[in-house]
Design a protein around this ligand. Structure first.
Ligand code: ADP
Ligand code: MG
Length: 434
């Protein structure tokens, strides 16, 4: 069939080869901003038995030299609080549930100790038996974690692989059967590989759930259960869970998959990043478009606009393009090749505005996102926290503007007030009275 035929969307899409150029590999991260040192003032809560002491410097974490070199090349000077707490916990062999605000370095918090451990205590690499399995709720986040893992494993012999939907299965299988220490995956595609016995977990030493609350909520929990309790799963594996939000009922369920684990929370679980300046406007559905144009006319560069539906995303993208704002979009009905192209165009600035559904709400770490606009308010407060967390990362200033439609968004008002208060923002009166 043709590229992306309806029966097998993406069956023939072979993603571009990742770069091997050091400059490109190490330029992906966001430089830390003026609020970075304020991280030290955030209260830390740690529970569990015999919790290892936090580290204060990357060099006191017993990480392998090659990993430290890559940390230096990435421009990291001081570990963030979640890194200070998590690295020694993971290195000591414990399971972990870790909560820390958006943009505070959770990826390196798990990658650094894991990659270091693989080098320090190497196990022989067998084909189709990854030693580390990292799952992510979206394809683009999987790609980002893959690039981060390649960065921290740079110039080591560690092989990093990725499997995700919307792409050629056969191509990914060729990569996997060459053998990978670390596999980053979206759950559906990972299970395809597992069901066809191309991937088994006999050698798996670490299972990581990034955006863990999302991985364990209704949409993914059955898939995750199948993966984590798979008959081939090596019993001695460590399980690590990371997120900025973690509803209590999902924490309880997560506990079933963890043994004698350490719980770390930096700040309020589910709190918004206080470096993002949040503005809420009362806007009804008929006034949204002109309000958006008004905002973008002042400043359009690096704006991500979240909408509710895929159709709404397409509609708004073509509307803005007509108004001469270079705009692209990312949502679940676009081909995977188009989704990746959209992110590339937005990252390199050839597209100033990115219209997105919630597929882009979690985890993405994009340098030039200056402004997050909730054109449609999400229905859940945690989704709001993740969306606005695409900006204001690693201590940089960020800005978020949300359209609150009193007809439709009343249900989220009380939670929104709490989030605004908890992150030191002013609460508009209409939110308290609606
Ligand atoms: P989170 O997963 O908590 O949202 P990420 O892991 O995506 O955050 O990291 C956010 C950004 O911070 C990335 O660009 C990353 O390179 C950068 N970063 C992570 N740790 C540090 C550090 N210790 N010092 C400086 N920058 C860091
Ligand atoms: Mg993350």
């Amino acid at each position: 069939g043709p590229l992306g035929s309806p029966e097998f969307p993406g069956e023939f899409y072979i993603p571009p080869e990742p770069s091997n150029d050091a400059i490109e590999i190490f330029s992906s991260g966001i430089a830390s901003g003026i609020h970075f040192s304020k991280y030290n003032n955030i209260p830390v809560k740690v529970t569990g038995s015999d919790v290892p002491q936090p580290i204060q410097h990357f060099t006191s974490a017993d990480l392998r030299d090659i990993i430290i070199d890559n940390v230096n090349k990435s421009g990291y000077k001081i570990p963030t609080p979640i890194q200070k707490c998590s690295i020694p916990v993971i290195s000591s062999g414990r399971d972990l549930m870790a909560c820390a605000q958006t943009g505070s370095g959770k990826t390196a918090a798990f990658l650094l100790p894991i990659l270091s451990k693989l080098l320090e205590d190497p196990h022989e690499l067998e084909l189709g038996r990854p030693q580390v399995v990292i799952v992510s709720p979206t394809r683009e986040l999987a790609i980002q974690i893959f690039n981060e893992a390649r960065k921290f494993a740079f110039e080591s012999y560690l092989k990093i692989g990725i499997v995700y939907g919307g792409t050629s299965f056969r191509h990914q299988n060729e990569c996997i059967t060459r053998g990978c220490h670390v596999v980053i995956a979206t759950p559906g595609r990972l299970l395809d590989f597992v069901d066809r016995t191309f991937i088994t977990f006999e050698d798996t030493r670490f299972v990581v759930l990034d955006e863990a609350d999302r991985m364990l909520d209704m949409g993914f929990s059955e898939d995750m259960r199948r993966i984590m309790t798979h008959v081939t799963m090596r019993p001695e594996h460590q399980t690590l869970m990371f997120s900025a939000t973690f509803p209590e009922e999902i924490q309880r369920m997560a506990g079933e998959f963890l043994k004698n684990y350490v719980f770390v929370a930096i700040g309020i679980v589910g709190g918004a990043c206080s470096d993002v300046k949040q503005t809420i406007y009362e806007v009804n559905k008929y006034a949204k478009r002109s309000k958006l144009i008004e905002i973008l006319s002042e400043q359009a560069d690096g704006t991500i606009v979240f909408v509710e539906t895929k159709r709404g995303a397409d509609f708004l993208a073509s509307f803005l393009s007509e108004k001469e704002f270079p705009t692209t979009s990312i949502h679940g009905d676009r081909l995977q090749s188009q989704r990746e192209q959209a992110l590339r165009d937005f990252k390199n600035g050839s597209m100033k505005v990115l219209i997105a559904t919630s597929v882009a709400s979690r985890g993405l770490d994009i340098k030039n996102i200056k402004h997050v606009i909730n054109y449609d308010m999400p229905s859940k407060i945690d989704d709001y926290v993740h969306r606005i967390g695409r900006t204001g990362r690693v201590g940089n200033n960020g800005r978020a503007t949300s359209f609150f439609d009193p007809e439709k968004d009343r249900a989220i008002a009380a939670d929104l007030v709490k989030i605004l208060e908890g992150s030191g923002q002013t609460v508009p009166d209409f939110l308290r009275t609606c």
